[in-house]
Design a binder for this molecule. Structure first.
Ligand code: KMT
Ligand code: FE2
Length: 179
């Protein structure tokens, strides 16, 4: 199971990284499922199982990126962009190959749930969910970006306009209004 927990309401006012494990308010798989998130585990290197999962779900590999100061061009700009709250009109599908990173998603009460993506985790965030991403103190993650169908990738920072976008409205109807 992917490690996931709720961030406290005053999170960010204190040091983001020096949290104490005992204080974590754990989020369950059900908490994630209710937000439309899908989670799979495929051991890194098990190409057969990965391909089977991709075939079953119609996922295709787009590329592999390494996010680390020495590896990613425009590191400051890109990491800032990833960590700014946004949505996509399509699913965000990520398979972690090496290292780790935090995927934060908003729940229906506007709380952040933080997921620690680790090698072998394949995370699917639904279209229209508000989320953000950052590396951990280790500053190293290698992940595969996947997509489904002929989707054109776009990201939209949260604002009044994103509330009116069709994928957001559909998301709200399906996962927020209904619960
Ligand atoms: C690069 S991994 C995840 C960051 C993100 O939210 C995105 O790419 O849209
Ligand atoms: Fe994203």
């Amino acid at each position: 199971m992917v490690k996931a927990w709720f961030l406290s309401k005053d999170f960010g006012k204190k040091d983001e990284v020096n949290f104490c494990e005992e204080e974590l308010e754990i989020a369950s798989l059900d908490d994630l499922t209710k937000l439309g998130i899908h989670y799979y585990q495929v051991p890194v290197g098990d190409r057969k199982s990965l391909q089977k999962l991709l075939n079953t779900n119609g996922y295709e590999i787009r590329d592999v990126v390494t996010i680390s100061r020495d590896k990613l061009p425009n590191y400051d700009e890109m990491t800032q962009r990833y960590y700014s709250e946004h949505l996509h009109p399509n699913e965000e599908i990520r398979y972690i190959i090496d290292g780790c990173g935090y995927f934060d998603v908003r729940n229906k009460d506007e709380r952040w749930i933080r997921m620690l993506g680790e090698p072998g985790d394949l995370l699917v965030l639904p279209a229209g969910i508000y989320h953000r991403f950052r590396v951990t103190v280790d500053d190293w993650i290698q992940l595969m970006r996947l997509f489904r169908g002929g989707t054109v990738w776009s990201a939209h920072d949260r604002n009044e306009a994103t509330e009116q976008m069709e994928p957001r409205r559909e998301y709200v109807q399906k996962y927020i209004a209904a619960h």
